[in-house]
Design a protein. Structure first.
Lengths: 116, 552
């Protein structure tokens, strides 16, 4: 991809094996994988209800506002909420660590006593 | 039926709605302003990074707005408003699927892709795999998605012009499609990604403001009470109007149509994060953090817009009525413009129509630059020239590609004129979800994944989609039971070679694409390059070694 040759690649491997990077990766996966499973499950629950539970979705809660409409609007609310939760989490928890590792690789800033 | 509506219907059936001169004047104003901006933006188009990625110099909010401008296509504005007006609740599903899909992009794709790629989707897919075969496959998948999407946009242009100018003749509509295509070529040729981005930003702002004004206007007629608006829609529809607020009007008829609904839902939610023109937008910002901000902005803008279309769709059902919409030239896609005319007369119709035109123009521009980048950067520079090509040579090829794609889009648009635009877009989403997304996710998250897995997944997803679409009722054999007219792409009802009743291939092709990726990986036996995987993984999460912004 870039002009980094053998030595830089071993540096990537060294960072990959570092405790700090492994922790960063674990935290990332522990956040995004369950969150993805959650919103997909909630989305498909909604889709299956809209597809096969017409009577339930057509029940009126108030005036002409049906259960289906409320659940549909609920998808909007959950999407906005997950977006803001993730952005806040990534800004505060992940970015500082990622930035330190990036500086270590690109500028040789000290991480574990070994420069690039 | 109100007097104004009767006069509108009269106008729609005899000559035209509103004043074509006003519509054209407003649209010409938009074109003039954006052209000036595109010319100004083109001054710094020196390198490939400038031309494809706007020098990576846009901010998150700017890019997020442009993403909304790219994503809120004619299908969103015209197609979804029409779908809600005619089919009520079932039309709402489109917007929910289109929105929730952005979480896949936000959580799993945007930042990692920004950190590992340069210009195209194939950059990421081929990062740690064998360059030439994977790039070729990814480029073909990109071009296919863009082709379907472009077709949908150009068909929308034809439908819109039918309504605005009362042009029923195929030749006259074709001429207008050609004008839209020519303008698009001009924007992309001169402005590159920077010009395209500004057109998308301006259009997104206009579109959201226009939709908001109309939605508030509609709600004000019903005392800002959503329930009363729904009652208005039910009353206008007459007998059986209750079905507008219940699910199943479009997809509930048979168990087959219920499966179509499920297939569509799957394709919508997994397709977005595999759309090449959306992915390419993440390269226009300097860092992964800005890519994240882009998506946050995009999700808010897109979500708010879809909430507005819910009001507009039911507003069109209540104030214009499903029968009047179906009878108008342009059919389902004319719901939003007809509503504008009902609310604010000739001037509002002109404004909304100009915004709709701008929408088509901005989206086709984004699609065209994506296809051009994919051809020039992936196929020409990497596959044909083995990477031995001067940067300006690549950009020159990209510009030639722009012209060719523009001409193909015009021809395709004339052919697809009259198709339901939201539906054609759904096909593009199916290809994106089946051929692109599995390989993107596997190469980012699965250490064992290899070249063989990528090729199986991309070609398997792509080919299964194309085969399923070709032999589906979308291409041949779907006949309107009432009128006897063909509802398929092939208008001759005598031609019928459909074998698969499923109208959207997603339900079969998406799981297939994911499974073939696993299958191919184990069949290929080649061990993944662990050094390259280390580089990709570290780069994707930290941004080390990622492409930096161009400083002029």
């Amino acid at each position: 991809m870039t002009d980094m040759l053998g030595q830089a690649e071993t540096d990537y491997e060294r960072v990959q094996n570092s405790a700090e990077f492994q922790a960063l990766k674990r935290r990332f996966r522990r956040f995004v994988f369950p969150m993805t499973a959650l919103f997909l499950a909630w989305y498909f629950l909604y889709v299956l209800l809209a597809d096969y539970a017409h009577d339930f979705m057509s029940q009126k809660v108030w005036g002409n506002i049906t259960v289906g409409l409320l659940l549909g609007l609920g998808q909007f609310v959950s999407t906005f909420a997950i977006t803001m939760i993730y952005a806040h989490w990534a800004n505060t928890r992940q970015d500082p660590v990622a930035e330190r590792l990036r500086r270590h690789i690109e500028e040789g800033a000290s991480l574990d006593g070994e420069g690039a | 039926m109100s007097d104004s509506l009767r006069s509108l219907l009269h106008a729609a059936t005899t000559e035209d709605v509103g004043s074509p001169a006003v519509n054209l004047a407003i649209f010409a104003g938009f074109v003039a302003i954006t052209l000036v901006i595109v010319f100004r933006a083109s001054r710094n188009n020196k390198t490939a990074a400038d031309y494809y990625a706007a020098g990576r110099s846009f901010t998150g909010p700017q890019n997020g707005t442009a993403i909304a401008g790219d994503y809120l296509s004619a299908a969103s504005f015209l197609g979804i408003c029409g779908a809600i007006a005619i089919n009520g609740y079932d039309g709402f599903l489109y917007s929910i699927g289109f929105l929730v899909a952005w979480l896949v992009a936000l959580l799993l794709v945007a930042e990692l892709l920004r950190n590992t790629g340069r210009f195209t989707m194939a950059d990421v897919l081929s990062f740690r795999l064998r360059q030439r075969p994977v790039r070729m496959a990814a480029a073909l998948a990109t071009l296919t998605v863009v082709f379907f999407y472009l077709l949908a946009q150009m068909a929308g242009a034809g439908g819109l012009v039918a309504l605005l100018l009362g042009v029923e003749g195929t030749a006259a509509q074709g001429a207008v499609i050609a004008v839209v295509g020519a303008l698009m070529i001009l924007y992309v040729l001169i402005g590159g990604m920077k010009g395209t981005t500004w057109v998308q930003i301006i259009k997104a702002v206009l579109l959201v403001i226009g939709a908001a004004v109309m939605a508030v206007w509609v709600l004000s007629k019903y005392g800002f009470n959503l329930s009363d608006l729904l009652q208005g829609a039910i009353d206008t529809a007459g007998e059986g109007g209750e079905s507008l607020i219940q699910p199943g009007k479009q997809y509930g008829a048979t168990s087959m149509s219920q499966l179509n609904f499920l297939s569509l839902a799957l394709a919508l939610v997994l397709g977005t994060a595999g759309l090449p023109h959306v992915l390419m937008r993440f390269y226009t910002v300097p860092t992964a953090k800005e890519a994240r901000r882009s998506v946050v902005w995009a999700i808010w803008l897109i979500g708010i817009f879809y909430l507005l279309t819910l009001v507009l769709g039911y507003g069109a059902a209540a104030l214009v009525g499903p029968e009047a919409i179906k009878a108008a030239p342009g059919g389902v896609n004319s719901a939003a413009p007809l509503l504008a005319y009902e609310l604010g007369g000739t001037i509002l119709l002109g404004l909304i129509s100009a915004i709709a035109f701008a929408t088509i123009l901005a989206v086709v521009a984004g699609l065209t630059i994506t296809a051009a980048a994919s051809f020039a950067h992936d196929i020409y520079a990497s596959v044909i020239k083995h990477g031995e090509v001067k940067p300006d040579g690549e950009v020159r090829v990209a510009r030639i590609t722009v012209v060719i794609i523009g001409i193909l889009a015009i021809i395709g648009g004339i052919f697809a004129n009259g198709q339901n635009v939201a539906f054609l877009v759904a096909l593009a989403f199916a290809v994106a979800a089946s051929a692109n997304l599995p390989t993107i996710l596997y190469s980012l998250f699965w250490r064992r994944f290899n070249t063989s897995g990528a090729l199986w997944s991309i070609y398997g997803g792509l080919i299964s989609c194309l085969v399923l679409i070709t032999f589906s009722p979308v291409v041949s054999g779907k006949v309107d039971p009432v009128t006897g007219d063909s509802l398929s792409m092939i208008k001759n009802t005598a031609v019928d070679f459909h074998l698969i009743p499923l109208e959207n291939p997603g339900l079969i092709s998406i799981p297939l694409g994911f499974l073939l990726g696993i299958f191919g990986t184990y069949v290929g036996k080649v061990r993944a390059d662990s050094a390259k995987y280390a580089e990709m993984e570290v780069r994707s999460l930290t941004g080390a070694g990622s492409e930096k912004a161009v400083v002029h």
